[in-house]
Design a binder for this molecule. Structure first.
Ligand code: SF4
Length: 409
């Protein structure tokens, strides 16, 4: 079989991803479709060999830029490094086996799962400002008591079973357990990415990883997206000799910014976990953050902190919900933030093709060019009151003092 290098992607052949509700995908950039709904109980190979996936592989092998992958085609159109390229180069990193594999291949069925994104469901020990019950069990517990709030109704009016579905998303469900067993026991697996909720809360999953035989462990790369609340050095010692362990730590700022935006977080504990790990095993941590209205004034301090400790930083843009995006931030406040950010212009912001990330220049122009929306600003303020309700938390304006002149009550 010949494959067209301009459109070939290893993801539909060798990668599996489960969503919080256990529907499947081959890639985080491909949007959910109606046909995904029947995939909850499918094993990774059952999903990858559905007629939809086989057709996608055939089209891509024949040079078709399938519409499901528009995000990658757009990135490549601008001569940037796409997630497709990242996946293909990781696969090629394992030797020239791809050429041999496809030389002998006669059909579009796949027999190997080499890369897996495992989402553990919504079990989480934080309730962050930008998350919802599908992301965090803590938020589920808060929102279920406030079903009359307009912010909750936005979800339940779209889907009356919203809470029922979110409740089923924890890591205890049978489909999830069967799925991770089949991923981890499969001898071809080379990359495992764990996402939450908070993946380090799933002790059964961790036990499975601890007990992978050493000769398999040293062929597997682990990537763990965590909130930093667990001791990373201790975890690394328990996990053992994986080929590589990469930690992606999601934080929204330092000190009170982090503790406000990621409710449940203790900054000094998180900082200690990160710096201890960086000292013991340098260059295996990336800080993930997102540009959003709540924490925009804390972004310069976070960038300075990552720079001081030579930690890679990836900044994503928050689009949804729109009232938490920077469209809700008045122009004067954005100008103030830009003035502080500009002197940091040479600082390298790590680029990760999987996310919609930006370098410093893009970040500055994005903040500068975003249009202020007064309605979103008002909705943002109402949401902040809703977020603070029932929490032992300082007032927004006491944490984010630069907001004071611009917060239109
Ligand atoms: S969106 Fe990109 S990375 Fe994902 S399957 Fe398509 S080409 Fe591959």
């Amino acid at each position: 079989m010949k494959i067209n290098q301009d459109t070939f992607c290893g993801a539909p052949w060798f990668q599996i991803r489960n969503r919080q509700d256990m529907t499947k995908s081959m890639c985080c950039l491909v949007e959910r479709t109606q046909t995904d709904l029947d995939t909850e109980a499918m094993s990774p190979l059952e999903y990858l060999n559905t007629s939809k996936l086989q057709k996608m592989r055939r089209d891509m092998a024949n040079g078709v830029k399938v519409p499901e992958c528009n995000i990658c085609w757009n990135v490549e159109k601008h001569k940037d490094f796409s997630y497709r390229m990242q996946i293909n180069s990781s696969l090629e990193g394992n030797g020239k086996w791809l050429d041999t594999y496809f030389k002998n291949k006669k059909d579009y069925k796949t027999n190997m799962v080499m890369m897996a994104d495992i989402k553990i469901g919504n079990t989480c020990n934080f309730s962050c400002v930008m998350c919802n019950p599908s992301d965090s069990s803590m938020i589920y517990n808060e929102w279920v008591k406030q079903k009359d709030s307009p912010f909750v109704k936005e979800y339940t009016e779209k889907d009356p079973d919203y809470f029922e579905k979110a409740k089923r998303q924890g890591f205890k469900q049978v489909n999830y357990r069967e799925y991770i067993e089949s991923v981890i026991e499969n001898k071809h697996i080379k990359y495992i990415k764990l996402l939450g909720g908070e993946p380090l809360l799933d002790q059964k999953l961790l036990n499975m990883l601890y007990s992978i035989p050493e000769e398999r462990k040293n062929k597997i790369e682990l990537q763990i997206v965590t909130n930093g609340s667990h001791n990373l050095v201790e975890q690394k010692l328990k996990l053992g000799n994986f080929r590589r362990i990469q930690w992606n730590i999601s934080i929204e700022g330092i000190d009170s910014t982090q503790e406000y935006a990621r409710y449940g977080a203790n900054w000094s504990t998180i900082e200690k976990h990160i710096l201890e790990y960086e000292k013991a095993y340098p260059k295996n941590i990336t800080i993930l953050t997102c540009l959003q209205a709540t924490t925009i004034t804390g972004l310069p301090a976070l960038i300075e902190w990552t720079k001081k400790h030579s930690l890679a930083l990836t900044i994503n843009l928050l689009w949804q919900p729109d009232y938490l995006s920077i469209k809700a931030v008045p122009k004067e406040l954005k100008t103030l933030v830009l003035e502080i950010l500009k002197p940091l212009k040479n600082y390298f912001v790590s680029k990760n093709a999987e996310y919609e990330t930006c370098d410093m220049a893009t970040l500055l122009s994005y903040i500068k060019d975003s249009t202020y929306d007064k309605k979103l600003h008002h909705k943002f303020m109402q949401y902040i009151a809703f977020y603070e309700k029932g929490k032992i938390i300082p007032n927004f304006l006491d944490v984010f003092k630069q907001w004071r002149p611009y917060y239109e009550v």
